[in-house]
Design a protein. Sequence first.
Lengths: 380, 369
Amino acid sequence: MTEHPYSALARARRVRALVRKEAWQIFRDPSSILIAFVLPLVLIFLFGYGVSLDTTHTRIGVVLERATPTTRSLLGAFQASRYFDVRVATDRRELEEPLTLGALRGIVVIPATFDSDLWRRTTPPALEVLVDGSDPNTAALVQGYVQGVVANWAIARAVESGMVGASSGSDQRFWFNAELSSRFFLVPGSIAIVMAMVGTLLTSLVVAREWERGTMEAIMATPVTTVELLLGKIIPYFLLGLASMSLCALVAVLVFEVPFRGSVGALFALSSAFLLPALGQGLLISAATKNQFLASQLALISSFLPTFLLSGFLFEIPSMPRVIQWITNLVAGRWLIPSLQTVFLAGDVWSLFLRDIGVMVLFGAVFIALAARMTKKRVA
Amino acid sequence: MWTRLIALIVKEALVILRDPRSRIILIVPPIVQLVLFAFAATLDVKNVDLVVQNRDEGASGIELVRRIEGSPTFRSVLAVHDPASLRRAINEERAIASVDIGPSFSRDLVAGRPASIQIVLDGRRSNAAQIVNGYLGAILGDYIAEQNERFHRPSATPRVVARNWFNPNLTFTWFTVPGLIAIIAQLVGILVTALSVARERELGTFDQLMVAPFRSYEIVLGKLLPPVLIGFVHITLYVVATLLIFHVPLRGSLFLLYGSALVFLAAIAGVGLFISALCSTQQQAILGAFVFIAPATLLSGFATPIENMPTWLQPLTLINPLRYFLVVTRGVFLKAMPPAEVGRQTLPLVCIAVVTLASAGWLFRRRME
């Protein structure tokens, strides 16, 4: 009995054969393994250790213009803070050169009149803080930490001396990340970058190579349809992407000790939804360029860079100019990263996840449809 | 020797300018990078969304909310009336922070009891959250100090008057854009050199070059100078953009910047030649360049300070040429960096250049034998 070549069974068999062929190709090609497993590990370690916004032990100078019990107690508060490494001086001119050369991030000046002002009602005492503004983020953090040290010192003193009214202030809580470790949000974000690399760069390189070598035409000459061909490419790289994501998630939890408060199911659902646009983009790039060199350049520019810069991974989207904010909506990673950070740090917030999954699946459908159209055109 | 060398340099320059791939690399990445990085790579905290639950019925609660709304940092301040919607707004990332003003806030302030508000911040964005916390704390601190003054109570909390040197308004582009000059010099320098030898090897012209009457240091020089010149062109374009588009003040000497840039480009071209001497195809050279550029950029202090890295990792950045040149570009623009300090940052670049160029030359010679 002869089987119809487009029966469901025959289709499934062809797809399975293509998947198996692709899988062999992946396992036998050292560069695929390199991009899928070694590069992700290198990247996640680089991002985990190399990129950090945590300014603990910032080197600052404290100028004590006059040493009194009060000013010395304030100096002690700075020295006790885990945010600062303090260098003490009696004249600010001693510290201005190190500030210019970057050896100090800031100078706190406790003026000679500090003690007398503290108890006078007319002029509240003032501390002067000189900060190295050439790194604005560190400068803003240093200002904030100085304010915090001074406020805590003042409250402790007020409580000691029974002046309760002076101890007004705010009581702050940082949810999800009480340690305020930037690593906790950067490492989950870097998993998205890794998946973008594997999904788009690896897929576009491998498929472009097939076009370059003409083996794609060889497959096209068989009864395989475009849909089957794309499925045969998508399934193995989808699984490979999930494998490198799992590897990175394990490293995040075991090595970087990022808390994992959500569910594994949600992590896989989000990653799967992201891999659709990532793979679709890779297939589209390779079908459009048919050239490994161009494909790798396009993949880096259209996938790695936007996922790094325009996704909220490190840089704040609301602070960008409006046009660029609008562009970020077209970057698939921008829809993955908040949810990925949430699944690690906050837990399952399905109202957020479902919206993001919806957008990513939509992007994926568009990219894959375009890739299918492009592939078909090339054969005709 | 000079005629040979000049002929070689002219040939290299022509090859770079005529090859469409090289032309793409010379034109596209610099523009993409300038636009994307300069505008998008910001750690500024602006346009912040907040939720406020004001349970206080007195004047102080209303006044505090009004002041928060009036601050230019906050884009939207959404009023909510129950803790559940407050929590939901944070969970779904519709707000980075919530402010909860308790029912006795006004009364406590008048009576001289400790009055406090509760601020909840989203730790998933802990950097921005800390800065928002600083802004909110400053607004609250000012208000409480005013109230204490009004009721003639001594204010025990000293005021903190901050002055930012070099960048008074903490404009983020003043930090990013001078850094981009170093980044673009690195990108162009590496790609042009890394591709050049690999292309010759792919086309088989490298063997011809090897049998021509050149010494290996002449070949290295011939391969080195065109990327250095192209790097200068890009640096100049970026310097002009820095001054005219982004209005970053130039306080130091451009002469020092270019002097240091020459050494930096030599060091970078050395790395590029080293990569291309190891690779046999352009494909490999591109991947090799990426493998160098990504960690070199991350571990340079370009985006986040080196001193935040773990102590065991910091010594590794000492072999990274970008680290030194970044200090120079930022220092020359913002800090009027003195010549002695520029020299101190350039000296390690000299060492790196000597090592990489010598090893590239050695690799070429080895290939010849």
